[in-house]
Ligand binder design. Structure first.
Ligand code: SF4
Length: 125
C-alpha cells in the first residue's frame, strides 16, 4: 500500500468514520492490512487513502476543513524521519513515535480537522 505521512498515523486512530461509504470501506481495508503488518510505501502526495476520497481534486486536496494536508505531512515526515519511497511498518512507526518528546508529539497533526473526533495520540502508543 502507498500511504502519505499523516495517514500512517490516521490508520492507528481511525474508528470507522469517514467522508462516505467508499472511503470508509477503503480505510477499513487499509487499516486491517497495516495493523496486521503489511508495509506501507511512503508517498508524499495522493495515496491509497486519497484514491477513495471525495475531496481528491486530482492535483490538490479539495477538503476545505483544517490545515493543508501537505503541511501536516511535512511535519510528520520531518519528526519521524520518513523518506518518500521508503517502506515502513506500523510497528516501526510506533517505535519512532515513542522516541519523540511529549511536546514534539503534541505538535504533530497541528490543525487537523479530525483531531477533535477522538483519541489519536492514545492510539499511537
Ligand atoms: S481529505 Fe485530502 S488528504 Fe485527506 S484523504 Fe481526502 S484527498 Fe487525501
Amino acid at each position: 500500500m502507498r500511504l502519505r505521512p499523516h495517514h500512517l498515523l490516521c490508520l492507528f486512530a481511525y474508528r470507522g468514520q469517514g467522508y462516505n461509504r467508499a472511503f470508509i470501506q477503503r480505510m477499513d481495508a487499509l487499516q486491517q492490512a497495516y495493523l496486521e503488518g503489511e508495509a506501507a510505501t511512503i508517498e508524499t502526495a495522493f495515496d491509497d487513502v486519497c484514491a477513495a476520497c471525495p475531496y481528491n481534486g486530482g492535483d490538490r486536496c479539495a477538503n476545505p476543513e483544517g490545515a493543508p494536508p501537505e503541511r501536516i505531512d511535512r511535519a510528520i515526515a520531518g519528526a519521524l524521519g520518513l523518506a518518500e519511497g521508503a517502506a515502513i511498518t506500523a510497528t516501526e512507526v510506533r517505535a519512532r513515535l515513542a522516541a519523540l518528546a511529549p511536546e514534539a508529539k503534541d505538535a504533530l497533526c497541528e490543525g487537523c480537522s479530525w483531531k477533535e473526533a477522538g483519541s489519536c495520540k492514545e492510539k499511537w502508543g
